[in-house]
Design a protein around this ligand. Structure first.
Ligand code: C5P
Length: 240
């Protein structure tokens, strides 16, 4: 493993020029690139294969539909050669199973990742709007267990939920963690944040990093600093 492997850069831009400028600059210096709905809806799906030439692509599709439809969408994404794709766990077990089967219809299946509870959903929204009783963290861990049992590769979760997920899921179950802020970088709209080192210590496998890299005056320097923080954390931990 290289120390920059956990870093997935969120390409939250609406045009191919900005996306490819970042990808060409950072290719080979980070673990991959997260492509979301803003970018694919702005420039088209071909951007996924263009970016794949420079690094791993995490297609942040967040599919949520009936099992047959989600299976078809996952299969189509797999054929495009994406390295990681995600679906909403709230679609239920049958949907998870169908997606999992669909991912494995290609020679090199993508990592299939479940979205637990969106971090924009707080206690009041969960209980009142969605009429789901209990605490957010209980819902998150329940969803993580569903994903684990269905054979998904892992989940997206906030830094705050990382330890609870680690405690109940199999050891090689992957955690993909946004809300990463190196020390001294503005939190912006993120509320539940962690430094790269803290997230790695808590068991994160992948860190989704957007503005801390893409808004930096030199994105390569910013990415290198995060990789260095990961290196120090891992070396320190293994030296204990
Ligand atoms: O710029 P920043 O590092 O905050 O970007 C984080 C990325 O992770 C964005 O693409 C955002 O949509 C995504 N994300 C998040 N929180 C979640 C799930 C995804 O910030 N719970």
């Amino acid at each position: 493993m290289k120390f920059y492997d956990p870093i997935l850069v969120a390409l939250d831009v609406d045009n191919a020029d900005d996306a490819m400028r970042l990808v060409k600059m950072l290719g080979g210096k980070v673990g991959g690139f997260k492509v979301g709905l803003e970018l694919v809806n702005s420039v088209g799906m071909d951007i996924l294969s263009r970016i794949s030439e420079y690094g791993n692509v995490f297609y942040d599709a967040k599919f949520h539909d009936i099992p047959n439809t989600v299976a078809g969408a996952v299969r189509a994404s797999a054929r495009r050669g994406v390295w990681m794709v995600n679906i909403h766990i709230s679609g239920g077990n049958a949907m998870l199973d169908a997606a999992q089967e669909a991912a494995h219809t290609v020679d090199k299946p993508p990592l299939l990742i479940g979205v637990t509870v969106l971090t924009s959903i707080d206690q009041a929204i969960l209980n009142n709007d969605l009429r789901t009783p209990g605490a957010v963290v209980e819902q998150v861990t329940h969803y993580a267990q569903m994903a684990d049992r269905s054979g998904l590769n892992g989940v997206v979760a906030s830094p705050q939920e990382l330890s609870a997920i680690r405690a109940i899921c199999r050891p090689n179950f992957l955690t993909v963690i946004p809300g990463i802020r190196p020390k001294g970088v503005a939190a912006n709209d993120q509320k539940r944040i962690a430094t790269p080192g803290q997230a790695i210590l808590d068991g994160a496998n992948y860190l989704v990093v957007g503005r801390a890299i893409t808004n930096a005056s030199d994105p390569v320097v910013a990415a290198d600093a995060i990789a260095e923080e990961i290196r120090e954390t891992i070396m320190h931990r293994s030296g204990e």
